[in-house]
Design a protein around this ligand. Structure first.
Ligand SMILES: [Zn+2]
Length: 319
């Protein structure tokens, strides 16, 4: 039996990684599930999507080590991170711990600073909203390791997409990680490889955001623009199929800049006959039907009612 199940990679004496078989544009090579501890009791972080073989492999890795699963922790309620928690909990009896306001089923409510202990290890929860409103990172003091979920990934940048993603919150979360947790020696992200230079990576993430915001302000300084027009200008270097994702990112910045009074938005007056340009713009702003389900869920637009489309607006710098 067990020879058909994937084996976790041992990264350190206290951390093993088993990558879920769900590669894709939003998940890179797949979701990283981590097994934390040295036994007899273990913690699994992010069981990933509901893939039976993956869940069995996680349970088997723990039982093969002669141990048992004490707690399942979940970084945030996106479909590539939490659904496997239910199956793993049924299989092992372990409780599911998540942020107290998380909307998905969980039995243990975590606040910022909450600790999740197992034999000779402790994870500390760090409330880091922005990518998702219920996002937690976790610090493993014994190895100075920071589990960052989707706040920081092994490669590339993370998506911050309204309505559930919030750019101001996300930047505040990155600054919190920089101020309080950059002494970490390793970052284990929700996707991609581990990072051995946490302080530099956090700074790189902040600089990247700063640069994108600067590009956006410059594009707006050139004249009043819609989100699709801004995407076309700023994301020339990004594949076109990812432009709907880029549009959500641009929108996230614009919402933040509108709230801080740096940008002004004016809604289009609807016309009876939309022009082809308007239709193309709308497709970029409301792409739910054209994206794969995981991408649409990551962007928080999978369950948006069809009669509540994102409205096309013209943005300009506030005088
Ligand atoms: Zn996510």
């Amino acid at each position: 039996m067990s020879e058909n199940l994937a084996q976790p990679e041992r990264l350190t004496p206290l951390v093993q990684r088993l990558r879920a078989p769900n590669p894709g544009p939003m998940t890179l090579t797949g979701t990283n599930s981590y097994i934390v501890g040295s036994g007899p009791d273990f913690i699994v972080l992010d069981p990933g999507p509901d893939i039976p073989g993956h869940i069995e492999a996680l349970a088997r890795a723990v039982s093969d080590a002669g141990g048992y699963l004490k707690t399942i922790v979940v970084t945030h309620g996106h479909p590539d991170h939490y659904p496997g928690a239910q199956g793993l909990s049924r299989l092992t009896g372990a409780p599911v711990a998540a942020y107290r306001d998380a909307a998905f089923p969980h039995t243990q409510n975590l606040e910022d600073g909450a600790t999740i202990p197992a034999n000779r290890v402790t994870l500390t929860a760090i409330f880091t909203p922005g990518h998702a409103a219920d996002h937690l990172c976790f610090f493993l003091a014994e190895e100075k390791a920071l589990f960052t979920g989707d706040n920081i990934l092994g490669t590339g940048t993370t998506v911050v997409a309204p309505p559930k993603g919030n750019m101001a919150d996300y930047l505040a979360s990155l600054r919190l990680l920089q101020a309080a947790w950059s002494h970490a020696e390793t970052i284990y992200g929700g996707h991609g490889p581990e990072i051995k230079t946490p302080a530099a990576k956090i700074e790189e993430y902040l600089n990247h955001r700063q640069a994108r915001q600067q590009q956006l302000m410059e594009a707006l300084a050139a004249g009043e623009s819609t989100v699709p027009q801004l995407v076309e200008r700023i994301y020339q270097d990004v594949e076109r199929r990812l432009w709907p994702v880029a549009a959500r990112q641009v929108l996230a910045y614009l919402i933040m800049l509108e709230q801080t009074g740096q940008v002004r938005a004016v809604e289009f007056v609807p016309t009876d006959v939309p022009s082809p340009a308007d239709q193309a713009s709308d497709a970029l702003l409301n792409p739910a039907g054209t994206l794969d389900p995981v991408a649409a869920a990551e962007l928080g637009i999978s369950n948006r009612p069809a009669d509540q489309p994102e409205k096309l607006k013209r943005y300009s710098l506030a005088g």
